[in-house]
Write a protein that binds this ligand. Structure first.
Ligand code: SF4
Length: 299
């Protein structure tokens, strides 16, 4: 079998696998708008898709389009973001919504340059929206896709970090020429990386492309050694402290918006770290610090 035949066989096997194994997520299979796809992509960066589903559903019920989100208060947006993590993403998403409403009459643009010109939208999100929402032929490059393609076609682990020119060349080279097939390809490779060809414990026994995988054939050299994403300690970090403060604000009873200083101090024993975190939340626009030492979500 030559390279072209092998590539084609990988595509067919993955497409068949996708037909029966794709997770039934509410933003897939044309069941939402391009804006809904964009929201799902922003929420899924750094957060597992299965955790995103209830947040996405509540979010889209509250703000089904960019104009609706643009009009929400910052406090509502931060509260709805809940425990998705990295809450600055919520503010960037609202900035993006305002730009879509103001520049594009509430219609998500469909060119790469226009999409990447929106606040918070980088190469990955723009490519994913063009592929998944608009059906365009474009290579989507994320951690899962890089890991799977590097293993299958190069027989080695992806190096992580920013994508190298050789990786970009590979991703583009194996992308099907037909637009519809390229969409299925992007989705199925990404899904395989999320559910079967995982970083540490790939399930090669049930993998649909195992017979063509150069990494498996080579004995899975260095499996998991090159972590594509370094493990991050969470306990005791500023991220944890910031999350605790935001959780306390979200959990205030109706009609109460201010977290008093005494309550803040009860949240975390190290008050130096606590105050640094409160200052950084304020700098990021996620809370307002009040003169009496209390804090509240931005109004
Ligand atoms: S055979 Fe194993 S390493 Fe290769 S793509 Fe499948 S799961 Fe990944």
């Amino acid at each position: 079998m030559n390279d072209l035949q092998r590539n084609e066989s990988v595509r067919r096997k993955l497409a068949a696998w996708w037909d029966t194994n794709a997770r039934d997520l509410p933003w897939r299979f044309g069941r939402t708008t391009p804006w809904g796809v964009l929201v799902s992509e922003v929420m899924s960066q750094q957060t597992q898709m299965s955790r995103v589903v209830p947040y996405w559903e509540t979010w889209m019920r509250a703000w089904p389009d960019a104009a609706a989100l643009a009009d929400a208060t910052t406090a509502e947006v931060i509260t709805a973001w809940g425990r998705l993590g990295y809450p600055r993403r919520a503010l960037r998403l609202q900035d993006c919504a305002r730009a879509v409403r103001d520049r594009y009459a509430d219609e998500l643009p469909r060119t790469y340059d226009e999409l990447t010109g929106l606040p918070g939208i980088g190469d990955y999100t723009a490519s994913a929206v063009l592929s998944f929402a608009f059906g365009e032929r474009i290579a989507v490059i994320d951690t899962n896709i890089r890991r799977v393609l590097s293993r299958v076609f190069l027989g080695e682990e992806s190096l992580g970090g920013s994508a190298k020119p050789a990786e970009r060349e590979l991703v583009n080279r194996v992308l099907p020429a037909d637009a519809a097939r390229s969409v299925t390809w992007n989705q199925s490779v990404m899904e395989l990386g999320a559910t079967v060809c995982t970083a540490k414990r790939p399930l090669c026994d049930v993998c649909p492309v195992a017979e063509h995988c150069a990494f498996l054939a080579a004995g899975r050299p260095g499996l998991g050694e090159r972590r594509t994403r370094p493990r991050q300690r969470f306990a005791g970090t500023d991220r944890q402290v910031r999350g605790i403060v935001l959780d306390a604000l979200r959990g205030l009873p109706d009609g109460q918006s201010v977290l008093e200083r005494s309550r803040i101090e009860s949240l975390w024993a190290d008050h130096v770290q606590l105050d640094q975190c409160i200052a950084s939340l304020d700098e990021d626009g996620l809370i307002d610090m009040l003169p009496d030492g209390g804090v509240r979500l931005p109004q």
